[in-house]
Design a protein around this ligand. Structure first.
Ligand code: RB5
Length: 141
């Protein structure tokens, strides 16, 4: 189980971010904002979270925007990040097992709250399988 996790969102993801923090209260959250549903620009939050992963402030992270797409693109520009946009538990399990994804991206306007909770739980609790997958992850650069 991951103990410390960074989390960031834009205004579209604000309510889901707060709900995830309450639901997983045993995790030490490094909350990088945003802190309200006032409009902000998702690239800044994706980049902030990516920097926290790069600097070793957290091993895993979660980014949330309306679709999960913009903020995952922003986070993935940083080479330290392998962000995976997941809409179900199977994607969350496989991206941990096969891609060693260190950042989960969620679309607050795409998945319901309970589905998001299940995805987070799976993302935080599934280990990388290594082996042939390690070679492929290495090739991502
Ligand atoms: C903001 O309205 C919206 O564009 C953003 O949350 C996200 O969906 C972008 O990919």
């Amino acid at each position: 189980m991951t103990k410390k996790c960074a989390i960031a969102c834009d205004h579209g993801g604000y309510h889901l971010k707060e709900a995830i923090k309450s639901r997983f209260a045993d995790i030490e959250w490094l909350d990088l904002g945003t802190d309200s549903d006032s409009s902000v620009d998702y690239p800044q939050y994706g980049q902030k979270l990516a920097a926290a992963i790069e600097n070793g402030e957290a091993e895993r992270g979660i980014v949330i925007c309306g679709t999960g797409i913009g903020i995952s693109i922003a986070a993935n520009r940083n080479k330290a990040v392998r962000a995976a946009l997941c809409t179900d538990v199977t994607m969350a399990r496989l991206t941990r097992q096969h891609n060693d994804a260190n950042v989960l991206a969620l679309g607050a306007r795409i998945v319901g709250e309970q589905v998001a909770f299940d995805i987070v739980e799976t993302f935080l609790n599934t280990e990388f399988e290594g082996g042939r997958h390690a070679r492929r992850v290495e090739q991502l650069g």
